[in-house]
Ligand binder design. Structure first.
Ligand SMILES: [Ca+2]
Ligand SMILES: [Ca+2]
Length: 386
């Protein structure tokens, strides 16, 4: 998939004020389009940091959280640092910069470090080096790590150069990374009037797709659809499956998914949401099922895997691994009530009503149990009733 944040704007023919206004408008419209794209159906995969909500004049380190992703910006040099300043701090605004930006506190070389609380597959940032009509621009370098493990590096040199020209430094990798070093790699090869410093704005990152939630989803007649959250791996599904003990597991991801890949068991299908994959599995009562999804590929062509486990014990309404009088009395206590988020387990046959049929079904299963996952039996030790 192509990304549209690499913006090349040429302004040499226009007076600087007009140029800045034009480029600012041009970039703002791109940002607006991007933001609407981000807030639309495409979910969570790309996050934009523009520092406009960062406290003005504050010195790094600072944390910025956007769309659930936190970026930690800090200095890589002892004694030298950056701070949040207005993008027009120099008396003009570098093309494409706006609002607030990251600005050097001194005239000496200083690495900028950015670390994230999510694994990433791509990053891009705008930078503007201190250069005054030099014949060439400096070389900037971005180097990515996963923890302390080197992942890769990339450089960029602005062409054509200018006065505080603007470039886009980017790195992408199928191998995840979670922190980068932005480094002033080499001055303009032709020399000239420059300093080894730079300002930064508009950092865009793309998250690695992550499994966020897995549920066992069932339609309860006219009462609606109810999800049993099985993300933690210890859930017991107590509702009777449809034909051939069929259950639908819905895997939710942080990113929209282009291909759901293959499932270790069951039938996998895309959806129902753009960031979801569904797997229909057949699980007789008293058994566990583990579903592994391989080659799940997101809309950025990044591949991941996912796994979920669920126990099935029909009529174990209180989720303790045994069907007994406690489940019967719990089901009786809800009989006649509307099916809700808090009692849908007692609609054991999932027909949208909690009634004598459910009570009879629970009674008929009394004495059955679910072995502890990975073992042949379990002791009759109770979990606290819900
Ligand atoms: Ca029980
Ligand atoms: Ca029922």
């Amino acid at each position: 998939m192509m990304h549209c944040w690499q913006v090349t704007i040429s302004c040499q023919a226009a007076p600087s004020d007009v140029c800045n206004m034009k480029t600012s408008l041009a970039f703002n419209s791109i940002v607006l389009a991007l933001v609407s794209w981000l807030s639309g159906d495409v979910k969570g995969q790309t996050v934009f940091f523009n520092f406009d909500n960062a406290p003005l004049y504050s010195t790094l380190p600072i944390d910025q959280t956007m769309s659930g992703v936190t970026a930690h910006f800090s200095s890589g040099s002892i004694g030298y640092n950056y701070s949040i300043q207005r993008a027009d701090v120099l008396g003009f605004t570098p093309a494409g910069f706006s609002g607030n930006c990251i600005y050097p506190n001194q005239v000496y070389l200083c690495d900028l470090l950015i670390s994230f609380d999510h694994a990433l597959t791509a990053i891009s940032l705008m930078y503007s080096p201190e250069e005054y009509a030099t014949d060439s621009s400096c070389t900037m370098r971005i180097t990515a790590y996963l923890g302390t493990t080197y992942v890769g590096t990339n450089t960029f040199t602005i062409a054509p150069p200018g006065t505080w020209p603007v470039g886009t430094l980017s790195f992408h990798s199928a191998q995840p990374f979670d922190n980068v070093i932005v480094h002033y790699d080499a001055p303009p090869i032709t020399g000239g009037d420059y300093g080894p410093i730079f300002m930064v704005d508009n950092v865009l990152v793309t998250e690695v797709p992550a499994l966020t939630r897995v549920v066992s989803r069932m339609m309860h007649g006219s009462a609606g659809t109810f999800d049993l959250d099985i993300t933690a791996g210890n859930a017991i599904e107590c509702r009777r499956g449809s034909l051939n003990n069929a259950y639908t597991l819905v895997f939710g991801f942080s990113n929209d998914i282009a291909s759901c890949g293959t499932a270790s068991t069951g039938i996998v299908a895309a959806g129902p949401g753009p960031n979801e994959c569904s797997v229909v599995v057949n699980v007789p009562t008293g058994q566990h099922v583990t579903v592994q999804l391989s080659n799940v590929t997101d809309v950025n062509a990044i591949t991941t895997t996912a796994s979920a486990m669920m126990g099935v014990l029909v009529a174990d309404t209180n989720w303790d691994g045994f069907v007994d009088a406690i489940d019967t009395s719990q089901t009786k206590s809800q009989s006649g009530n509307a099916v809700t988020q808090s009692n849908f387990r007692e609609d054991v046959n999932a027909d949208g009503f909690i009634d004598a049929i459910d009570v009879a079904l629970v009674k008929s299963r009394s004495g059955t149990s679910l072995p502890v996952a990975g073992s042949a039996s379990r002791s009759h030790q109770r979990f606290p009733a819900r």
